[in-house]
Design a binder for this molecule. Structure first.
Ligand code: ADP
Ligand code: MG
Length: 553
């Protein structure tokens, strides 16, 4: 229908029961230079707001066609998404009850990512998705307020987006910043480096609940011995720290910036917006931090390389638990990471099961009944056999230093290369290096009794057909940065389970990445405006911890 028809219809609905908004479900409203579809109508004013999808043909938005080139789409839509968030915010109001008159999408964080709020479509068209709280007082429709939203506010929001074409230079700058980081990521891989941290980077955040850079932070400066220079596509030459694939140990006194450095390396899986401070911090997108997770679920993981046999006599080649210990949980997480084919594993002594990491000579003699084979003794073999890089933060034991390729000392937030010095001191000592046996990948075969997966904030709840529920906090996965990613994971779990997808773990990751590469449209109907891109690795991370997930040989 035309917008004028909608306005007339809303006038008739004034004061009527809220449920009559249902009539608008899937209605397409034709505006002068774009179309709007109401893909979801909320059931009452307090429920999650309704969803609108705006389709703008290229003849209307007239954005330069260069923005629609494959390699530019992510930063372009990310830019539009940020603007959409702030434009909606200006038009959002409170009226009547519940979410009435709310217009908006979640605020994108400092990561340049694909989000369902803005997607490009066929023939360089642009799709915007956002929430609209259909207005009511009590359960009575506020028709005039609704008419105002669709007649005045929506066209004004769309116009605001179209006017961004006048900010071509700013958009191009956002794209160039992204392309430099993408280039750096492929460059470190081609050179065999584990990560790159540019000089001048700001690694610490303002606080644990803020993503803003810490003010007056000590800027990162690479030690000369480990410093490399690289020319970026933008023609800028940057210098920074790059460590060849192998074992890197970061050490130093408490509160000297070790964990901050490790977290920055984990963040390097994403590209950051200008001003974030981490624009030149880049690692493989297949980087994962492993830690001890007391109480986690484990499904049929072969942890025998780390834990030979339990006191109960139970073998560990096919280990499952509904309540794992620190060491078994970390052994499982390392094994799962290797099974998934990650390229870089990070760990921090602070959050590890230290008995899994290393064991000193005296303790080896004292404890004779020890099923644990320390990780550190196997690191050389892990790197060699799986070609996975390792970065560990350790300062309570010197044992890991024997097998490290590189050792960085953090002192007052500055990194120092102490590799040569330490190696000289340790010259006469050696550490028994043990063979690591890479496990066979398991096959994921669904979730027993699965009904549905739903995200709320950073949590995912799985509901089973017997009415049971299981909740998992995804904040524990350091790769996850936005709530929208958690929602995407829930959508993918529904997608996989409804289609009864059955694949080996590495194949499943590839399959999920392939589905996601086609955008959000294939995932479900309707598409909410608050999905953020994830990697298949993050879905597996969740499945590995879900009650009743089926993994077989
Ligand atoms: P560690 O792991 O060595 O104990 P952290 O990395 O946790 O130390 O850092 C300790 C504190 O120092 C944190 O509050 C962090 O924000 C701050 N910090 C880290 N790096 C810097 C820096 N480059 N400049 C200023 N403060 C920093
Ligand atoms: Mg620390």
């Amino acid at each position: 229908m035309e917008i004028d028809d909608l306005v007339r219809m809303l006038a008739k609905l004034e004061g009527k029961s809220y449920s009559l908004y249902r009539k608008l479900r899937n209605a397409t409203i034709i505006y002068r230079n774009f179309k709007l579809k109401l893909t979801k109508i909320q059931g009452d004013p307090h429920a999650e707001p309704s969803i609108v999808e705006v389709l703008i043909p290229s003849s209307s938005h007239r954005f330069s066609s260069k923005f629609f080139k494959e390699k530019n789409v992510t930063p372009f839509t990310d830019y539009i998404s940020r603007s959409l968030h702030s434009i909606c915010k200006k038009h959002s109001e409170r009226c009547g009850s519940g979410n009435s008159c709310y217009i908006g999408i979640p605020k994108p964080g400092p990561w340049i990512l694909r989000r369902s709020s803005v997607e490009v479509g066929e023939n360089k068209s642009l799709t915007l998705r956002f929430y609209v709280g259909l207005p009511a007082r009590g359960r009575r429709i506020l028709g005039s307020e609704a008419a105002n939203i669709f007649h005045k506010k929506v066209p004004s929001i769309v116009k605001g987006i179209m006017l961004l074409r006048e900010k071509s230079d700013e958009i191009m700058d956002h794209i160039v910043n992204y392309l430099d980081q993408e280039y750096l990521r492929s460059w470190i891989k081609s050179k065999g480096y584990m990560f790159f941290i540019g000089n001048g980077s700001i690694l610490p955040r303002e606080s644990s609940i803020s993503q803003k850079p810490l003010k007056n932070a000590v800027k990162f400066l690479s030690p000369k011995t480990l410093s490399v220079k690289v020319k970026l596509p933008s023609n800028r030459v940057v210098e920074g720290l790059a460590i060849p694939k192998g074992v890197l140990i970061i050490t130093g006194g408490g509160y000297h910036g070790k964990t901050t450095l490790l977290k920055a390396i984990q963040e390097g899986i994403y590209d950051h917006i200008r001003g974030d401070g981490r624009e030149l911090v880049v690692s493989s997108e297949k980087t994962v931090t492993v830690k001890a997770e007391d109480g986690r679920i484990i499904h049929h993981v072969n942890i025998s390389s780390f834990i030979r046999k339990l006191p109960s006599g139970e073998l560990t080649v096919d280990f499952s638990s509904l309540n794992a210990s620190g060491s078994t949980s970390m052994a499982a997480s390392i094994t799962e990471a290797l099974e998934a084919g990650v390229e870089l594993i990070l760990f921090d002594e602070d959050t590890s099961a230290t008995n899994l990491l290393y064991k000193d000579e005296a303790m080896v003699k004292i404890i004779s009944e020890e099923p644990i084979v320390p990780l550190v003794n196997q690191l050389r073999s892990i790197v060699k056999k799986t070609y996975t890089g390792i970065v560990g933060v350790i300062s309570a034991s010197s044992i890991p230093l024997y097998i490290a390729d590189h050792i960085i000392l953090m002192e007052k937030y500055m990194p120092y290369d102490i590799t040569e010095n330490v190696k000289k001191k340790l010259r006469n000592k050696q550490l028994a290096t043990l063979d690591f046996k890479p496990p066979q990948p398991r096959i994921f075969a669904g979730i027993r009794g699965f009904k549905k997966a739903k995200a709320r904030g950073f949590k995912i709840t799985i509901t089973y057909s017997n009415g049971g529920k299981f909740e998992l906090n995804i904040k524990d996965n350091p790769r996850i940065v936005e709530k929208g990613q958690v929602k995407t994971i829930a959508y993918i779990i529904n997608y996989l389970c409804r289609r009864q997808i059955r694949k080996s773990v590495p194949e499943l990751i590839e399959y999920i990445n392939d589905v996601l590469s086609k955008g959000f449209t294939t995932l479900a109907k309707p598409i909410p405006p608050d999905l953020t891109m994830v990697n298949g690795l993050d879905v597996i991370w969740v499945l590995n911890r879900v009650l009743n997930a089926i993994f077989t040989k």
